[in-house]
Design a protein around this ligand. Structure first.
Ligand SMILES: *Cc1c(COP(=O)(O)O)cnc(C)c1O
Length: 378
């Protein structure tokens, strides 16, 4: 059986978890959290990195930080995970969904400007599969209209856009360390990236239940108290210890995934040049992290039969998001601006193939064989 995903494990996680347990601090902001924060601030070159309980929570923090109010409109693609929208809906915002580009499955930057109204507060680009959105255009639109940009970089750790790490280009960026992502903490986890100094202090407060406890720990105030909105968004240090085991080996994990990605890509060139499948596009200027290897087949019926063919051959492949705008909550909390030219039709064609750290090349070759056989038999 070839699983779709295996959570990454480098071997040092156990040792670090034990060290964390034996330290006197296993709650948030302990030894390993500090190591991780420093690593992210150096590696991604950002002002501030704050580990959170999930990317969902990092997005919720971002929604609070930009003072999202009832009635505000937030622009994002419909082809994304529910949390991208939910974080803002929780603060009373209306979601304005716009179409994606068929090549990258990312928000179509050319359609953003026409969706802006006087209620628009922010744009939330989602870097699908760790391939960057067209950030120069998006930042230019945001600056001209006075909007915030929050990058949902949940899938984009170690990816770049024109030399800049994803998550560090907008005002705020969010990452996920869920077990299905390239780097994971103990099952669930996330990260908020603060790129504008104006948000730094308040981000710490919101993460610490609305208190100035972080300042207190640094000796900057002599007692701490309730000063703002907030919740409990800190990652526990045992979880950060697990993550640290992987950050130390971040390059190795990245190279391993990229090797698998390239093997799929090479092995599927023939089917792609015949026009029976489409392969993912990586625009120039984008360095991706091989978070995902997907193919697009002819239509939803072909997808159904290919998925079951793979399953019969012990290969677990999956499809991905059901567009949010047509989901039952999406109908209540959002609206689609413009025409759904690609969101639904492209999402119905997409299949994600198994990819994870340590995936053996023999297994990739087996998947490639089965894909070729499927199309020979068709
Ligand atoms: C995984 C993911 C999330 C949610 O991350 P959690 O850490 O599970 O909360 C949000 N957005 C996108 C695009 C994701 O892929």
């Amino acid at each position: 059986m070839i699983p779709f995903n295996e959570p990454p494990l480098t071997g040092n996680e156990e040792k670090y978890i034990l060290r964390s347990i034996k330290s006197n601090k296993i709650s948030g902001d302990g030894e390993f959290t500090k190591l991780c924060h420093k690593w992210f601030e150096n590696k991604l070159k950002c002002k501030k990195a704050l580990l959170t309980t999930s990317c969902t929570h990092a997005l919720e923090m971002a929604a609070i930080l930009i003072n999202t109010q009832p009635g505000d409109e937030i622009i994002m693609p419909s082809y994304t995970f529910v949390s991208t929208a939910n974080a803002f809906v929780l603060r009373g915002a209306k979601i304005v969904f716009i179409d994606i580009r068929p090549d990258t499955m990312n928000i179509d930057e050319k359609l953003i400007e026409q969706a802006i109204t006087e209620k628009t507060k922010a744009i939330v680009p989602v870097h699908y599969a760790g391939v960057a959105c067209e950030m120069d255009t998006i930042m230019d639109i945001a600056n001209r209209h006075g909007l915030f940009v929050i990058e949902d970089a949940a899938q984009g750790m170690m990816s770049c856009y024109k030399g800049k790490a994803l998550g560090t280009i907008g005002h705020l960026g969010t990452f996920s360390f869920h077990e299905t992502k390239n780097y994971t903490s103990a099952g669930e986890g996330g990260l908020l990236i603060v790129n504008n100094e104006q948000f730094s202090e308040r981000a710490e407060i919101i993460r610490e239940k609305g208190t100035n406890r972080s300042k207190f720990f640094r000796g900057m105030v002599d007692k701490y108290s309730w000063v703002d909105l907030g919740s409990s968004y800190l990652m526990n240090d045992i979880s950060a210890a697990y993550l640290w085991g992987q950050l130390e080996r971040a390059e190795e994990i990245n190279c391993d995934r990229l090797r698998s990605w390239k093997r799929y890509s090479e092995g599927l060139k023939k089917l792609s040049s015949k026009g029976v499948i489409e392969l993912p596009a990586v625009p120039t200027g984008c360095l991706h992290n091989a978070h995902m290897f997907y193919i697009k087949v002819k239509d939803i019926d072909t997808r159904r039969s290919l998925l079951s063919y793979l399953k019969r051959n012990d290969i677990l492949s999956v499809f991905h998001y059901v567009p949010l705008h047509s989901s039952s909550a999406g109908l209540i909390f959002g609206r689609f601006n413009g025409n759904d030219m690609y969101t639904t039709s492209q999402s119905e064609r997409l299949i994600r193939l198994p990819i994870y750290y340590g995936l053996e090349k023999e297994k990739i070759d087996f998947v490639l064989d089965k894909l070729n056989q499927f199309y020979e038999n068709l």
